[in-house]
Design a protein around this ligand. Sequence first.
Ligand SMILES: [Zn+2]
Ligand SMILES: [Zn+2]
Length: 350
Amino acid sequence: MKSNQTKSLYFNILFLSVCLLTLSCSWDRFVISRVNESTIVKAKAAKELLDKDKITIVLTGTGSPLPSESIQNSTAIFVNGQFLVFDAGDGVAMAMEKLNLPVSEITSVFITHFHSDHFADLGEVIDRSWLLGRQKPLTIHGPKGISDLVNGFLKSYQSEFYYRTKHHGDAVMPSQWKGAKTNEFAPKSDGSSKIVYEKDGVIVYAFYVNHVPVEPAVGYRLEYKGKSIVISGDTADSEFLKKQSFGADYLISEVMNKSMIAKIETAYDSINNSRLSKIMKDIQLYHIDAFELGNLAEEAKVKTLVLTHMIPFVSGYVQTKAIYKDPIQKVYHGDLIIGHDGKRIEIPLP
Ligand SMILES: [Zn+2]
Ligand SMILES: [Zn+2]
């Protein structure tokens, strides 16, 4: 009897060991295949985006400071093998990784102004690009104040940078490439633009926009091989934006439906929430209304208008049509793209 029990125990142990070994082998195979798969997917995405025969715009964040399902404002542009980022609102660093963008290839970030929905994730963009293998300088371009902002981030990331290199070693995490440098410029207040970036035929101009009392605030115009892309930044309806958008292939613009925001203002008023009512009133002063944007794009002969930073955020065909599409298309006859996070636009080059 005792001998039978011992045999059964041995058998059970043997059976369990075989099961564990099989399970462990299949886990090994699973992990190896997932790592391979993800590496192949990322390499393929990077190759496509860094392809020099086209420009690719990726709307990495189309949100605003108001709560929504979207990442805060940011736009990635891949041009002539360069990865340029315009604004870096909250959540964009992780969003770029989820979209398989080659974050270690970022060479320049352009900040439009110092509202946090445009720079909150700048520290993460600087840090993650380095952690993921950036071995080239990163420059943060922006109007006066950008150096203070970047230096603040660099100071708060000091320990993070130190621990990473100490743990993984300088060969893996070279301290030479941590952080970022800045290119601070003063936009011209007469509406003309100035070159703030020029590399291998890619030129980025900055121009002043009206987002008073936020000063300075700028928009950017990128040009390459006869193609032009304008990023509005945050702005009220303005002659400056119209002038700089003239003939643009793409105008990527913020937009507000002011009659909707006015309704929200009245609703807060009706429940005696004077604080939120005042905020809703104030924000209408420094953003561009959908109808105004339609007019501006039509008069500037913009070929394709792309909406981002939509206030209020809406989703679904019916709402989007009523709040943005209809008022814009009343006056604008070019192509209209209602942006959403992850939207890609490819521009073939001649
Ligand atoms: Zn904003
Ligand atoms: Zn703003």
